[in-house]
Design a protein around this ligand. Structure first.
Ligand code: HEM
Length: 139
């Protein structure tokens, strides 16, 4: 199995494939998103960003799952359903600074650790997601 994003970056493999592709990758992304929101929903360190979300996290879970499927190189479920993600614009209603970015990353890293993601893959995923999370800052 390829395990560096350098290899993934050279198009030999995507994150989706590194996660197992159709054989397991979809399930891993589903479980990652579920665990991510479970952490956000229960860990006091994520209290700030939890409060920005609706009481019912069902639609947030579904949307992040669909988005990450395409973002990792799998089927573009989000785009098929909702069109261009325009993530930054969609996050404008929420006040996002360094603290919110770091809370989001905290939940994601804790979820990957909880699920025993392979270390190399976890670091590369975290690096790439950090870029996205940092881009969401609007104050
Ligand atoms: C930087 C910190 C972030 C904060 C505080 C944040 C917060 C939020 C909130 C409050 C919502 C609305 C959820 C609801 O319906 O209740 C949302 C939606 C969403 N977020 Fe984030 N988010 C962050 C970063 C990210 C990142 C890094 C990604 C992708 C890797 C992402 C992907 C999404 C997606 C796909 C949606 C659904 C958009 C839609 O179709 O309405 N978010 N986010």
């Amino acid at each position: 199995m390829l395990n560096t994003i350098e290899e993934a970056g050279s198009n030999k493999s995507t994150f989706y494939e590194l996660l197992g592709g159709e054989q397991g990758g979809t399930e891993k992304i589903r479980t990652l998103v579920e665990t991510f929101y479970d952490v956000m929903d229960s860990d006091p360190r994520a209290k700030g960003i939890r409060a920005m979300h609706q009481a019912d996290l069902t639609s947030a879970r579904e949307k992040l799952f669909m988005f990450l499927m395409g973002w990792t190189g799998g089927p573009q479920l989000y785009i098929e359903r909702y069109g261009h993600p325009m993530l930054r614009r969609r996050h404008m209603p929420f006040s996002i600074g360094e603290s919110e970015r770091d809370q989001w990353m905290y939940c994601m890293i804790k979820a990957m650790q909880t699920l025993n993601f392979e270390e190399d893959l976890m670091i590369k995923l975290a690096e790439q997601l950090y870029g996205v999370a940092d881009f969401m800052r609007n104050r």
